[in-house]
Design a protein around this ligand. Structure first.
Ligand code: GCO
Length: 264
């Protein structure tokens, strides 16, 4: 067997939550291109249908399931339905997430709860739902979409950072509990990527846009396709001895203090 065969996902069912757009779609596309049978979840029928057409136009026969990843009963019933209709889920990517850019003093409790429910509780519910089968089969891959905010904070994203920081530790703890069942639980930590979610802070001339490009050693926003290889690695046999690792794909921003205005 060539080392490249380790990266093949042929024969695996990959379930990507929130795979209807953005980084989730980029990750889901890469997993499908590596051979996985792709299942995506959405919470909007319209968005799910539009996404499935995009996948079809790419030659990917993705299956779509509509359910709320924050609802324990819907998660349990939908994962059971997916495993019955498509096949055992060998790869779960907990990608679905929201962000609310509101200063902590102005954020309401319902707004806080929404972010924690989607970005932290849902990955817990989804991981438990697929883990039973993975344990029975003696193998599985769970990849959590963490964030730079799993490591650092910034103004106005307190709930999101708290959730993504928690998701980092959820990743490490589930990795600890399930590694003996040959289930690898890891995370991807995207830096700043050009997506719908960052569009408001990415416009030319926006102070944050200039700040990020200046702070990122690679001097650019990430392209969603920059995540594909990392996702395939963490979803494949190539990472069978990688547990509880958050792999940052961030153009070097977390590694660097940033550059002075004039290099010296
Ligand atoms: C923000 C951004 C970030 C990025 C990403 C960084 O408002 O700071 O949306 O949260 O999207 O999460 O890893």
């Amino acid at each position: 067997m060539s080392v490249l065969d380790l990266f093949s996902l042929e024969g695996e069912v990959a379930l990507v939550t929130g795979g209807t757009h953005g980084l989730g779609m980029a990750v889901a596309t890469a997993l499908a291109e590596a051979g996985a049978t792709l299942v995506i979840n959405g919470h909007s029928a319209d968005r799910l249908e539009k996404a499935l057409k995009i996948y079809r136009d790419k030659g990917i026969d993705a299956k779509g399931y509509l359910f709320d990843v924050t609802d324990e009963r819907q998660v349990a019933e939908s994962v059971a339905r997916i495993e019955n209709e498509v096949g055992p889920v060998g790869i779960l990517v907990n990608n679905a997430g929201i962000i609310k850019r509101i200063p902590a003093l102005e954020m309401t409790l319902p707004e806080w709860n929404d972010v924690i429910a989607t970005d932290l509780t849902a990955p817990f519910l989804m991981s438990r739902a697929v883990a039973a089968g993975m344990i029975r089969r003696g193998r599985g891959k769970i990849v959590n979409m963490c964030s730079m905010m799993s490591e650092v904070g910034r103004n106005s994203v307190t709930a999101y950072a708290a959730a993504k920081g928690g998701l980092k530790m959820l990743t490490k703890n589930l990795a600890t509990e399930w590694a003996s069942h040959n289930i690898q639980v890891n995370g991807i930590g995207p830096g700043y990527f050009a997506t719908e979610q960052t569009a408001p802070i990415r416009v030319d001339g926006h102070p944050f846009n200039d700040f990020i490009v200046g702070r990122t050693p690679a001097s650019r926003w990430g392209d969603p396709e920059d995540l594909g290889g990392t996702a395939v690695f963490l979803a494949s046999r190539a990472s069978d001895f990688v547990n509880g690792h958050i792999l940052y794909v961030d153009g070097g921003i977390l590694a660097s203090l940033g550059r002075a205005a004039n290099e010296y």
